[in-house]
Design a protein around this ligand. Structure first.
Ligand code: G3P
Length: 223
């Protein structure tokens, strides 16, 4: 498992996080990770994972997988294929790609069997507590209304962070990440002070004018 606290960067389907630009961002993450001694994880589009895995020297996960085995499924991707292409883990149930609880359960169990890390997203403390019963490796709580905005979960909803940690820890000792609107080291610092063990971030890094500086700023908040 990864050294905590961890920063997971979701490349989404931003142009700045796709294809050749995705590789540039991975290289920046590698550099910052090495210079600062922290774990930075890239959450990639499955196609980019296949193309870039061999050149990426940081942990990489895919942004979504379907709860299916091999067979007659069109336009789907399963964890077996992701593993074979080199994915270290999977983001499950992101607010932009919600799943049923049965599908989440399938993916968490499958990830365990395949020795892949599962990060299950939840939109609030109650859902976080409920999903803790499935025993994923990480729970990542992101209030959907703050995703992509400039006001972070740490500033706008600190109570949601403490309630999430309380709800999750009452079920199992699963590390909690938080995300949505995280843009600065101050946001990261506050999240960690409230008990989070990492952050999930997208626009603040992927769309930053200078991702190297933006990443370093986030890492400052971990020190
Ligand atoms: O997966 C992380 C993401 O949903 C947060 O997005 O742009 O608010 O950092 P953003």
């Amino acid at each position: 498992m990864w050294k905590l606290p961890v920063i997971v960067v979701n490349f989404k389907l931003y142009t700045q996080g796709s294809g050749k630009k995705a590789l540039d961002l991975i290289k920046t993450m590698e550099r910052v990770g090495e210079e600062r001694g922290v774990t930075l994880v890239a959450a990639l589009n499955p196609l980019d994972l296949g193309a870039l895995r061999k050149d990426a020297h940081i942990p990489v996960i895919i942004q979504h997988a379907d709860a299916v085995e091999f067979g007659a499924f069109t336009g789907r991707i399963n964890l077996e294929v992701a593993k074979e292409r080199g994915a270290d883990g999977v983001l499950v149930n992101h607010s932009e790609r919600r799943l049923t609880i049965a599908d989440i359960d399938y993916l968490v169990e499958r990830a365990k069997k395949l020795n892949m890390v599962s990060l299950v997203c939840a939109n609030n403390p109650r859902v976080s507590g409920a999903l803790a019963f499935l025993r994923p490796d990480f729970i990542a709580m992101e209030p959907p209304e703050l995703i992509g905005g400039d006001i972070s979960v740490s500033k706008a909803k600190p109570e949601a962070i403490t309630q999430t940690i309380e709800a999750v820890k009452s079920v199992a000792d699963i590390p909690v990440l938080v995300g949505a609107g995280i843009k600065s080291g101050e946001d990261v610092k506050r999240a960690l002070e409230l008990g989070a063990q990492g952050v999930l971030v997208a626009s603040g890094i992927v769309k930053a004018r200078n991702p190297y500086e933006a990443l370093n700023d986030l890492v400052d908040g971990m020190m």
